[in-house]
Each structure stands twice: as structure tokens, then as C-alpha cells.
Design a protein around this ligand. Sequence first.
Ligand SMILES: Nc1nc2c(ncn2[C@@H]2O[C@H](COP(=O)(O)OP(=O)(O)O)[C@@H](O)[C@H]2O)c(=O)[nH]1
Ligand SMILES: [Mg+2]
Ligand SMILES: [Zn+2]
Length: 304
Amino acid sequence: MKGRVMRSTGSWYDVLMEDGVKLRCRIRGKIRLEGIKETNPVAVGDYVDVEPESNEGIITSILPRTNYIVRQSVKKTGHAHVIAANIDQAMVVATMVMPRTSAGFIDRFLVAAESFRIPQVIVFNKKDLLDNESQRHQNNLIQIYKPLGVTCIVTSALENLQPEIEKLLHGKTTLIAGHSGVGKSTLINKLSPAINQKVSEVSDFTKKGTHTTTFAEMFRLDETTFIIDTPGIKEFGLIDMTPEELSDYFPEMRDLRLTCKFGSRCLHINEPKCAIKEAVARETIARSRYESYLSILTGEDTRK
Ligand SMILES: Nc1nc2c(ncn2[C@@H]2O[C@H](COP(=O)(O)OP(=O)(O)O)[C@@H](O)[C@H]2O)c(=O)[nH]1
Ligand SMILES: [Mg+2]
Ligand SMILES: [Zn+2]
């Protein structure tokens, strides 16, 4: 029997079977996938073969993935933790206030998704809280991201759900990410009140040290529509990427980079006749995007 992994705790997996029944499953023996070193063999979103065993199940194999998104394992360096698999689009919920989502965070998310060829959406939430300054900042960001092919939606999860959001999600599997407190759970509950995700108090998410490790979880909105909530996941990993490759995942740099004097070997730091640096100087590439590029490249967060 075939099913799809909705939730994983590491040793147990909730699998939604083709007949609509949710089955608690375990893995038998070792399931190894080619190409990646990962700490968890089965991820949320995976399609799996299951052998039912009384009222539980055994996952016997994973069907080939169309894609997957990882984060670096905190336990084992060089290993990746697969957050989710078989994703149609990646949505980051961002807020300009309470809390402020940095451009660096958005860019890391977009680059990770782009490296897996997953289309991207930014939901700018809490529009009801914008003052003039944060409104201007948000408009600037939209002007940067829209031309890159990123779908941008402005909303308030406290108000009625925008049909635009439902339409965007319909028939797809969407990974939803964003800092704690931006309104992911509020939005998900609006999409389907039956999901009933816990919404944090406004005061909660500003407190430091309330770090609970939580797992990604997939919800079904209808037969063909799934959303994956990734609470507590701060950073998405970029594995198996050479420094020279990074600018390939910045759509505004992708073609231009080949016109650098050193062509595809240019890292766009301080090489002579670098087309990327020239474009930043001319402001045809946004400075914030270039700063994100450098920060990912060097592994240092140069901004705070
Ligand atoms: N003013 C305002 N508050 C919101 C909005 N969306 C969510 N919130 C509040 O922000 C807080 C955090 O929301 P939550 O959904 O738990 O965020 P999550 O950590 O991303 O899941 C809660 O108090 C929500 O009521 C919004 O659009 N406007
Ligand atoms: Mg939440
Ligand atoms: Zn260059």
C-alpha cells in the first residue's frame, strides 16, 4: 500500500494512506537514498510503500523524490536533515514589525528554494501593523522580489482570508516557513480551522530561550492540497554547492555572471571587471541582495 508521510518524530511516522486512513508507521531496517548524507531517511512529504501490520505499518521503501529541502544537521556536520520532500512551492511568511524579518533571512530561504528549483512565494503578513516607515520598507522589498519571479502577497492573517492565497495553494504541496511569531499558525488556521494550530501570545515569541525543537508537519486542506508547517526551523541548508555556483541561485545574477571577466569562476568579491559588482554600483542589482550573496558565500552574517 502507498501513502504519504504527514509527520515524523524520528522513530515514528504518521502516514496518510491512499484510502484516507492515517497509519502510525515505523521503518524496517535501513532505507538508504543515493546522493545525500542525511540524518533522517524518511521525511515529511515522502511517498512511501507501507506494509500494514495489525493497526500499525512498516515503511518498506521511499518512492523517488521530485525534490527536497534540507537544513544542516546540528548533530553531525556534513550531514543534512531533510525537512520536507516533494514540494511544489515554498512560502515564507515575513513581517516588517513584530517581529521584523530581515532581508537576509528572506534571501537565504529563496536561495535554498531556488537551488532545489522550487517556486517561491513571500507572504507579507500583519499589514495592519505597518507604519509609514515599515510600509516603505515593505514596498522596497516587493520591488526587489517581484521582478525576480517571486510571488508577493500582502495580508493580515487576522482578517478574512484572501481568496488569492487559497487559489495559490490549491492542488499543490506548499512548504511554509518564517520566524516564530510572524503568523504562520494563524494563517494555517484560517485556511482550515480543523487544523487548529496553537497560536502563540504576542508576548511569547519575543522572549529568548523558549526554544522547543519541533518537527515539520504536513496538513491536508483537500484531496490535492497540502501545506507543510516548519515551526522552529531557522535556516535552510545549502548543501553540495560550490562557491562558484551560488550566484546561479540569484536569478538577477544568473545570466549576468557569465559576462564577468573571469566568467563562471568569478566569485564577485573583488575580481576585476566583475559584471555583478558593476550592476550593484548601477543599482540594477539591489545592494541588500548582494549583501545576502556575500553573507551566504562567506558563511558570515555581516549584517545584524
Ligand atoms: N496584528 C496582527 N497580529 C497577527 C497577525 N497574524 C498573526 N498575528 C498575531 O501574531 C502572534 C503570533 O502568531 P502565530 O500564528 O502564533 O505565529 P507563528 O509563530 O508564525 O505560528 C499571535 O498573537 C497572532 O494573533 C496579523 O496579521 N496582524
Ligand atoms: Mg506557529
Ligand atoms: Zn563577477
